[in-house]
Design a protein around this ligand. Structure first.
Ligand code: T46
Length: 313
């Protein structure tokens, strides 16, 4: 059913049965097939083709020349730039149709830049930003910025970069805006034999570790973490090379560059953490307050947001 409040350009084709929500505008030469469901306040621009098994939420913008094939779901407030190409068959052959198509889902508030190509069956997370011309070959986590071919994560939207003042004498602890996260400057003892840094209880070691692990040999485009811990506290020290860490308490996101062994990042429980931009020589030492427990991990960002909702700062 077409809402009486929708605008359908006289040169658009909306086939019987298609659902078009109130105030949605469908512009010239767009073609919407009968099974498609399109919400309210959308803008479906010229030359857009929408197949049957397609759901488009509210307030989505689909710019000119986009084809939205069977199996694609576009949630509320998504921007799809001009000539973005969706795909729904990983091995297409002429005259051979799939019975079931891989499901592609573009989560709320995500944006896809002009001319990007989205391979079949992928999820683009909430608020993610796909750069113009990117070829997306893997799922994109919430808020990630992805560019290139193949698409790689280059950053995260809304992450405030924390500037480090450089080595400071003695041990100092500096709280960040993200709840429960602090940067600890460790002492550096320099003599003719080289350098030494340390932490001890009460000074540079905020908890008694029961475990350590080391992350190294990370290929530079790769991203690690993308999870939170229910109870675990951790201290991250990049003892060689460098990497960037995103910390997120569900309200605020900050990014810390770890590039020397005299800088430690202390994460308490319920902080979403991401580690990326590893240099080829990066060695990340992590001290953990508990032994390894897979049940302590929260791996869904939506679940994390639900759990921290209403947490006081
Ligand atoms: C974190 C970031 C900074 C173990 O068996 N024991 C361990 O102590 C750890 C840490 C991992 N593992 C196994 C579990 C997985 O099969 O090692 C594999 C890779 O672990 P994961 O995918 O969790 O790695 P990262 O880099 O994504 O995350 C790790 C820590 O797990 C996590 O707690 O905060 O580093």
């Amino acid at each position: 059913m077409i809402s009486p409040d929708a605008f359908i350009h006289p040169n658009a084709i909306v086939e019987d049965g298609a659902m078009i929500g109130p105030r949605t505008r469908v512009w010239a030469f767009a073609h919407i097939l009968s099974g498609a469901v399109i919400g309210a306040d959308c803008n479906i621009c010229d030359h857009v083709f929408v197949e049957n098994k397609v759901i488009i939420g509210d307030r989505a913008t689909i710019k000119c020349g986009v084809q939205v094939w069977d199996g694609v779901t576009i949630e509320n407030d998504v921007f799809v730039g001009p000539n973005v190409t969706f795909t729904n068959d990983p091995f297409p052959r002429s005259c051979q149709r799939l019975d079931e198509h891989p499901q592609t889902i573009i989560r709320e508030n995500a944006s896809i830049g002009a001319n990007a190509t989205i391979l079949p069956g992928l999820e683009i997370g909430k608020k993610a930003m796909v750069g113009a011309g990117t070829v997306v070959t893997r799922n994109v986590p919430a808020m990630a910025m992805v560019v290139g071919n193949p698409g790689r994560i280059k950053g995260y939207v809304d992450a405030r970069v924390i500037e480090q003042p450089g080595p400071i004498p003695g041990t100092t602890r500096r709280k960040l805006g993200v709840r429960g996260v602090e940067v600890i400057e460790l002492p550096e003892i320099v003599d003719l034999r080289g350098k030494l840094t340390f932490g001890q209880a009460g000074e540079g070691l905020p908890f008694m570790p029961k475990r350590w692990y080391i992350i190294y040999g990370v290929p530079s485009p790769e991203v690690r973490g993308e999870h939170a811990h229910r109870h675990l506290e951790q201290l991250l020290i990049c003892v060689h090379g460098s990497c960037d860490v995103i910390v997120d308490d569900g309200t605020l996101r900050e990014e810390v560059h770890l590039s020397r062994p005299t800088l430690a990042l202390h994460l308490t429980e319920m902080i979403w953490g991401i580690q990326y931009r590893f240099s080829a020589d990066a060695v990340l030492l992590v001290l953990a307050s508990e032994t390894y427990d897979p049940d302590d991990y929260i791996r869904s960002y939506d679940e994390f947001l639900e759990l921290v909702k209403g947490t006081s700062r």
